[in-house]
Design a protein. Structure first.
Length: 380
């Protein structure tokens, strides 16, 4: 049997990782400023993570959600504390798309409505509801196209208020820093105005923190830069540092109903152990603060690089989620970075490099990257 060929692949076989580096099967080392698509939060193969996972695997890998799982309770308590959402409730699933799927379902159960407002260029995942609120017709199959969603421009509060005033909007879903859309930033004025309008018209505010959250922005959640408190927050990617998991933080206004949501694998013992190890390292190594400080340094260095080279039009982002807008397609730049400079980065649109490193990135790593990036820019 062959693989179902849906991914355009780099001709590289990554077999090992440590901290912010990965190695291919020929022993070539790479600097990883992509984190396997913003997934690696505490660094590859962190010793504490490996130790906790090994211990758990030797004790119990999985049991179902029909019995008490104290690891889930511990995780909810720890996450509540570190994120500033101690009064919220936590539901665990296996991926980002599933997190948004459950967030939207819960919103609809709550107010009985079906309509959703989402940003132009939004990306929320590939399952039925998650893909329907994603603004990319190429990945929406006819079966997912059910006319539930209106896509509206980023930060155009008047347009959003006008739709909300119709009184039939179930939920508004937003990435406070758009990932796939190109590292576009929501403004505090928009976010606060939207929260007010959602409350006024009985709509649920959902923040998708799957990419921009979990410490990446330099606060625990990106929306915490904007002065809002959403009704539901979806998380995934960095929560398990590569162990597939997702979750939603749910406001105390929502009453849980037995059987309304459920999952076989979500919140299993290994998953919770991965997430607890991640939170341990966040606390022990101050990784959220590190994302803030090293992110600012990265941004400054990129702006200086913009002055002394050609091809960088602008730099934007927050913490360790940074977009570099180029005046040329990103393809050649990214290829040169990977194949010649041995440095992974992400991309967005046709002309944006997206930098999403592990949150343990150091200033030395930044200096190293800038040198490699400058070499590439000078050769183009
Ligand atoms: C903002 C955002 N939401 C949702 C998802 C979907 O997550 P997953 O691929 O784990 O389903 C992604 C993945 O890239 C994302 O960036």
């Amino acid at each position: 049997m062959k693989l179902f060929d849906v991914y355009p692949l780099f001709d590289i076989n990554i077999v090992k990782g440590k901290g912010v580096n990965v190695w291919d099967d020929k022993g070539q080392e790479y600097l990883d400023l992509y984190g396997g698509h913003a997934v690696i939060s505490i660094g590859h193969c962190h010793p504490h993570y490996v130790e906790m996972m090994t211990k758990q695997l030797n004790t119990l890998g999985f049991y179902s959600n029909s019995v008490i799982n104290k690891l889930q309770v511990e995780l909810a308590e720890r996450l509540g504390k570190i994120s500033g959402y101690e009064d919220y409730q936590f539901f665990l699933i296996n991926s980002g798309a599933e997190a948004n799927e459950n967030a939207l379902k819960l919103a609809s159960f709550k107010n009985g409505r079906k309509r959703v407002l989402s940003f132009e260029k939004a990306f929320h995942g590939r399952t039925s509801l998650a893909v329907e609120v994603t603004n990319n017709p190429k990945i929406i199959a006819p079966i997912n196209d059910n006319n539930h969603v209106t896509f509206l421009p980023l930060n155009d509060l008047e347009a959003w208020e006008k739709e909300l005033a119709k009184g039939d909007v179930c939920a508004c879903i937003l990435e406070c820093i758009q990932g796939v859309g190109g590292v576009n930033m929501v403004t505090p004025e928009f976010a606060q105005g939207l929260q007010k309008a959602c409350k006024k018209y009985g709509s649920i505010l959902i923040c998708d923190e799957i990419q921009c959250g979990y410490g990446r922005s330099g606060k625990f959640f990106a929306h915490q830069w904007l002065g809002i408190r959403p009704d539901i927050i979806s998380v995934a990617k960095g929560i398990g540092n590569g162990f597939p998991m997702g979750g939603i933080l749910i406001s105390p206004d929502f009453e849980p109903v037995y059987g309304q949501l459920g999952t076989t694998f979500g919140g299993n013992h290994l998953a919770c152990t991965a997430a607890l190890a991640v939170l341990d390292v966040f606390e022990n190594e101050g990784l959220v603060e590190n994302a803030h400080l090293v992110g600012e340094y990265l941004m400054d260095e990129l702006k200086q690089l913009q002055q002394r080279t050609t091809h960088i039009k602008s730099v934007r982002g927050q913490g360790l989620m940074v977009g570099v807008v180029l005046d040329i397609p990103h393809k050649e730049v990214r290829n040169k970075l990977i194949y010649e400079q041995h440095c992974f980065t992400g991309c967005a649109s046709t002309d944006i490099l997206r930098i999403l490193p592990p949150l343990c990135l150091t200033r030395d790593n930044v200096d190293d990257f800038i040198q490699r990036f400058e070499t590439v820019l000078n050769e183009l």
